[in-house]
Write a protein that binds this ligand. Structure first.
Ligand code: NAD
Length: 264
């Protein structure tokens, strides 16, 4: 049975068909929010995922397949959420992709796609969600940035630039809503073992001739002092705190959950 912190509210989580976004959606559903899922994946699996979350937490779910690189599709998704649930109370900008290459070798179309999905999509969802939040004088916007919003990393120019930009958007939106019941914050995870990071584990295993487990340990040893992956559930708990009344003065803040990565 769901808790009631977010009962009667609606959360839209972009890129919630897997990984961290799914963890966020489940954590918010557990607090009673209805969930609008978004992201790519097999249609039957997404139907099942929606039905499972609705049943487990006794809430309503819906799904919109907007491609977050396409502003017209984002507008359609926000209109869908308004039609279905009367708007978005909690917006989690989570959809993200990555590509690895040196700056001089970085394909221009990959740069454009990463900036569009990881940064510009959050501008669109935010500008479209804010009028409804202002009307209710309540809202929570949570932007999934990264440790790469705070520090650089070779071969990740577009990702690092997008995540630094997302922290900038977070601060400005927080200032523009500072006297309202809307808060805007960012979460910066370190390594979380999702499909996105498994690709980097695979690349490390191939490069250094390591097993899957040794490649995971090597990734963690390089950057994450705790030696453990952060989990989507732990990040979901942080999002729930940011939605609570206790966090109403947390505005424009950057919340690291990175096993100590940026403390080094
Ligand atoms: P993931 O690959 O498991 O999930 C990404 C989600 O985004 C999926 O649901 C996918 O379908 C969706 N998506 C991708 N492109 C999309 C598009 N064009 N339109 C709509 N949806 C799209 O990745 P993840 O690791 O869960 O990452 C989620 C977020 O967390 C990303 O913004 C990522 O940068 C950030 N992050 C991840 C880590 C990590 O270690 N995994 C660390 C820091 C930050």
């Amino acid at each position: 049975m769901a808790s009631t912190l977010l009962a009667g509210k609606t959360a839209l989580v972009t890129g919630s068909t897997s990984g961290i976004g799914l963890g966020m959606a489940r954590a918010l559903a557990a607090e009673g929010a209805n969930i609008v899922f978004n992201g790519f994946g097999d249609a039957a699996e997404i139907d099942k995922l929606q039905a499972d979350v609705a049943r487990e937490f006794q809430i309503k779910t819906a799904y919109h397949n907007a491609d977050m690189s396409k502003p017209a599709e984002i507008e359609a998704m926000m209109a869908f959420a308004a039609d279905k649930f009367g708007g978005v109370d909690v917006l989690v900008n989570n959809a993200g992709i990555q590509y690895v290459a040196k700056v001089e070798d970085f394909p221009v179309e990959k740069w454009d796609a990463i900036i569009a999905i990881n940064l510009t999509s959050a501008f669109h969802t935010t500008r479209l969600a804010l009028p409804g939040m202002r009307a209710k004088n309540w809202g929570r916007i949570i932007n999934l940035a990264s440790v790469h919003g705070l520090v650089g990393s070779e071969q990740k120019s577009a990702y690092v630039a997008a995540k630094h930009g997302l922290l900038g958007l977070t601060k400005v939106t927080a200032l523009e809503t500072a006297t309202t019941g809307i808060t805007v914050n960012a979460i910066c995870p370190g390594w979380v073992l999702t499909p996105l990071v498994q690709k980097q584990v695979d690349a490390r295993a191939a490069k250094d001739g390591l097993s899957n487990e040794d490649a995971k340990r090597a990734l963690l040893a390089d950057k994450q002092p705790s030696g453990e992956f952060v989990t989507p559930e732990e990040l979901g708990a942080m999002a729930v705190f940011l939605c609570s009344d206790a966090a109403r003065q947390v505005r424009g803040a950057t919340w690291n959950m990175d096993g100590g990565w940026v403390a080094q």
